[in-house]
Write a protein that binds this ligand. Structure first.
Ligand code: C6P
Length: 418
């Protein structure tokens, strides 16, 4: 795909975007008589036919509850569900499926760690370090834990470019720190954080680290063993998979020691009226009937990504990122919120004197979907003294032409308000 902006030198990455776009029927949607330009991928990505069809197949010919029945359908559904878990394991390179807990999403995964690990290992006077750029899902569960235990929450500050100030992290980390929980990539700034450094430093004093991979899992290969994260969380719906699915990877040495988060069916070995013994990993943390169709759909999303190749996806998105930076910088009124050296295909911006909701609404008239608001990252807004930003975020199916439309759309917003 050739970029329209002639000042931009594109590096061909060998990804057939037009072919990929055909896998996503929703991209044909017309909005206000125009072809949809979907740039709200950090909120959720669209689903390829392979995922939609896989879930349909489950409901048409495999539907049954799992881990419970001796009958044919139940065994089939169990096999497909567990095969999806194995695909997830392979995708993140976890050492064992015992370390792959299936949840409802990243939020659910972080709450699980806060309530299970937190209540067992964190007490009054202990400290938890997060950062100023976390999504609320990686703030509120820790605040709740601190309220109930008397632990203290510390924040790594960010500089004007939207990068973590690591020297401050070095100072915050001390013998009272019982957990560090940071995002690999900010949903509000696009910053990719040097989590390898944070993990190494924390481990030097035996402190475990949770990495929120919600905004990074879809953009590059992840190897949790190499990264050496103690916990790694993400949601399926940002990875071309269904909503209501998510993953908590945890090192077995921690998961074994952690008590169950919720009680109910499937997480037990035996229940009497006096006492319950819990199931093995990973089932100990999976109470109740899960989103079976969704998890099988997530397995199909992983197959789909693997069939394209994560390296190609990353290379294409890097080109889109460079192109968007050129395009957005060509409009002097665009103020980027966050100008990190290392960024994901996520751009937050404001236009002086125009509320981001107005930007979003006018772009919507042009068929362009972006997100406007605080992006569930209010401390970031507070840091920059703004109420909200407009945010454009890209995925594998986006094109240079769509970025041109965004740039033209922003010029249109400026015209309307001039
Ligand atoms: N961010 C966004 O538009 P859930 O809602 O559980 O799938 O994901 C929560 C979450 C956690 N961490 C980060 C870094 C995130 O970006 C998100 C979700 C969406 O930015 C919805 S608010």
């Amino acid at each position: 795909m050739i970029p329209l902006n002639s000042n931009f030198e594109s590096k061909p990455v060998g990804l057939d975007v037009e072919k990929i776009r055909k896998d996503f029927p929703i991209l044909d949607t017309q909005v206000s008589g125009r072809q949809l330009v979907y740039l709200d991928n950090a909120a959720t990505t669209h689903k390829p036919v392979a995922v939609i069809e896989r879930m349909k197949k489950y409901y048409e010919s495999e539907n049954s509850n799992i881990h419970r029945g001796v009958h044919f359908l139940s065994q089939l559904a169990t096999k497909e569900y567990e095969s999806a878990r194995e695909k997830i394991r392979g995708f993140i390179n976890a050492g064992s499926t015992r370390e792959v807990i299936i949840t409802r999403g990243a939020t659910d995964s972080i709450n699980l760690v806060a309530q299970s690990f937190g209540r067992k290992f964190i007490g009054a006077g202990d400290e938890i370090i997060i950062s100023e750029m976390e999504h609320h899902a990686n703030i509120v569960p820790w605040q709740m834990l601190c309220e109930s235990t008397g632990a203290v929450l510390r924040y790594i500050p960010i500089n004007d470019n939207g990068e973590l100030i690591l020297e401050k992290f070095d100072v915050l980390l001390n013998s009272r720190t019982k957990l560090v929980s940071v995002t690999r990539c900010s949903n509000a700034l696009g910053t990719i954080n040097p989590v390898e450094y944070i993990i190494e430093k924390s481990h030097q004093q035996g402190t475990p680290v949770l990495i929120d991979g919600s905004q990074s899992i879809q953009h590059g290969t992840i190897d949790v063993q190499k990264l050496d994260a103690d916990f790694f969380v993400f949601s399926g719906h940002k990875l071309y998979g269904p909503t209501g699915t998510g993953v908590l990877y945890g090192k077995e040495k921690y998961l074994r020691e952690m008590p169950p988060y919720q009680g109910g069916g499937d997480m037990i070995l035996n229940v009497s009226m006096e006492k319950t013994t819990y199931n093995d990993l990973p089932y100990k943390f999976e109470a109740g009937t899960p989103n079976i169709a969704g998890v099988i759909g997530l397995g199909a999303a992983i197959d789909y990504i693997n069939s394209i190749g994560m390296d190609l996806i990353s290379a294409h998105e890097k080109e889109l990122t460079r192109y968007a930076l050129t395009g957005l910088s060509s409009i002097w009124q665009v103020i980027l919120i966050g100008e990190p050296k290392n960024r994901a295909p996520v751009f937050s911006f404001i236009l002086e004197g125009i509320h981001p909701h107005d930007i979003g609404t006018i772009l919507d008239f042009e068929g362009i979907a972006i997100r406007a608001g605080h992006h569930c990252a209010q401390p970031v807004m507070e840091r920059y003294c703004i109420p909200a930003t407009a945010r454009a975020s890209f995925a594998v199916y986006n094109t240079f032409e769509e970025i041109d439309k965004l740039v033209l759309g922003i010029r249109r917003v400026l015209e309307v308000f001039s």
